[in-house]
Design a binder for this molecule. Structure first.
Ligand SMILES: Cc1ncc(COP(=O)(O)O)c(C=O)c1O
Length: 491
């Protein structure tokens, strides 16, 4: 194997080789059984005499760190693993301190894919994804890449994908834009990063929905922005509560995360008017509006906006797969240049192989067909969960009205936070993943749970809910825990 040794000066060359190899063995970088470079090759590579290398290897062998087999070469010794792993576990002193903000940010748990009953929110059903078609399109795209793959691509994205998305959102959402105003990103999360870089200065105030989707808050905080949580009522964000100093408002108007309502037309117009009066920008996160099962769609803020203040963000994490990390920004023309530059300084551009495959997937009509198929699957799951909760949890849970998306939110009728916590913990022991509504706010909001139905097969929902029912029956309520709803309850 190649092993990098760096020699300084001309003194004790053999000792330098010995010490670097010994450290690599003790740290586990070189593992038991790894073959060391031959003395001849290493000597040649380092431009030293072979005797110098042989002396170093002899010292390692004398300490039992290396064994030699005639004709086969030198190998890292076998009886070292325990010692090496003890060394490895020893923490390095770590002179560098991270910025304070990182201690308040948590990386979301990666759930075990073998979870028996998975009500994780935000995940689509990966088992129904058309992998075969996608593999073919990706392979086609790799053939294109083979011709000009070494050329850096434009930060805005591949023109074919910009055009495909512009057409798709014009037809499906009535969002009118020119393809040049689309910037392809690695999902919504990077879209928000790019927008914040393009329009905000450090310490600027950004308003978020509370409760709301947690990752954007963490992002905005990490950028040194002032995050202002704003409450909601049945019509959506309480526009009257926005401080005039707010520069950017992040909303999910089509389908609020996590409560599920869509922002009323009156509230949309009020928000646009507020933004105009206060010279603010609005991010419209339209993350799952493709999955609407009832009711008329309300026009996106982007379409209602006549002053170019709305920045529309879309994602393929729900319609396709979150692992693709594909999303986009529809930028007002005045921000186009800054947005492309922000994407460039962030990570230059999104993987062109995936962009090309997605463009072909949309253009071929497969995307619309996939959405149609998934909509009917999710609609059935949504209806089934509602029915079962109404039948079996009528004393415990009240489902919030929402006929869209990939999750249902239910408020506890009487249970305290502590009891909901206990139920969720107990559910975990029975192989059920359920989200706590409390995780969507920094404040104490009404206790409740979220049930995502993207990742659970329709046929497993009934069994999962009957187990969850048992958790409500048996979860111990800690003594003294107040059986009352916390402050709020506005929604
Ligand atoms: C409100 C909201 N926006 C966006 C997303 C998707 O984010 P991304 O595109 O970064 O995967 C999610 C996923 O759960 C979400 O809940």
């Amino acid at each position: 194997m190649e092993f990098h040794v760096s020699l300084a000066g001309r003194r004790d060359l053999s000792g330098q080789i010995y010490r670097q190899m010994k450290q690599a063995i003790l740290l586990g970088t070189l593992r038991e059984g790894d073959r060391l470079p031959s003395t001849r090759d290493l000597a040649r590579g380092l431009i030293v005499s072979r005797a110098i290398v042989t002396t170093a290897y002899d010292r390692l062998a004398a300490e039992g760190l290396v064994t030699s087999r005639v004709g086969a070469g030198a190998f890292v010794g076998g009886h070292l693993s325990a010692r090496a792993s003890r060394q490895k576990d020893r923490p390095k002193p770590g002179a560098l301190e991270p910025q304070a903000v990182w201690s308040s940010i948590k990386i979301p748990r990666v759930f075990d894919p073998r979870t028996q009953f998975d009500f994780r929110t935000g995940s689509p059903d990966a088992s129904l994804f058309p992998y075969r078609a996608w593999r073919r399109l990706l392979a086609d795209q790799m053939r294109v890449e083979a011709e000009d793959g070494s050329i850096y691509s434009h930060p805005a994205g591949l023109p074919a994908l910009q055009q495909a998305i512009a057409r798709h959102i014009a037809i499906s959402r009535g969002v009118q834009t020119s393809p040049e105003d689309i910037v392809i990103t690695n999902g919504t999360q990077q879209a928000l990063d790019v927008i914040a870089r393009a329009v905000l200065a450090p310490k600027d105030r950004v308003a978020v929905e509370d409760p709301g989707y947690p990752p954007p808050r963490a992002l905005f905080r990490s950028l040194g922005l002032t995050v202002q949580p704003i409450g909601l009522d049945r019509e959506g964000l309480l526009v009257g509560a926005l401080p005039p100093s707010t520069r950017l408002v992040y909303v999910t108007p089509s389908h609020h995360y996590p409560l599920g309502m869509s922002m009323s037309l009156e509230r949309r117009l009020a928000l646009l008017e507020w933004a105009e009066e206060n010279n603010a920008a609005i991010i419209e996160d339209d993350y799952d509006s493709e999955f609407r099962f009832a009711g008329r769609p309300i026009e996106p803020l982007q379409t209602l906006d006549s002053t170019g203040r709305v920045i529309y963000v879309g994602s393929f994490s729900k319609t396709l797969l979150p692992r693709l990390r594909l999303g986009f920004v529809v930028t007002p023309p005045s921000l186009r240049d800054a947005m492309q530059k922000a994407k460039y300084v962030s990570d230059w551009y999104t993987s062109t192989a995936f962009q090309g495959a997605l463009a072909a997937f949309i253009d071929s009509g497969m995307f619309v067909r996939h959405i149609g198929k998934m909509r009917s699957v999710y609609e059935k799951r949504n209806a089934l969960i509602r029915r079962l909760i109404a039948r079996d949890f009528s004393e415990e849970l009240e489902v919030l009205p929402s006929r869209a998306g990939l999750h249902i939110t239910a408020l506890a009728k009487t249970a305290s936070y502590e009891r909901i916590d206990a139920v969720i913990r107990q559910a975990g022991q029975l192989g059920i993943v359920v989200h706590n509504l409390a995780a969507t706010s920094d404040k104490r909001i009404a206790p409740g749970i979220m049930l995502g139905y993207g990742a659970i097969a329709t046929g497993r929902i009934e069994e999962a809910l009957s187990r969850l029912r048992r958790c409500f029956d048996y979860a111990a309520t800690p003594p003294g825990a107040a059986l009352e709803k916390a402050a709020g309850g506005r929604y």
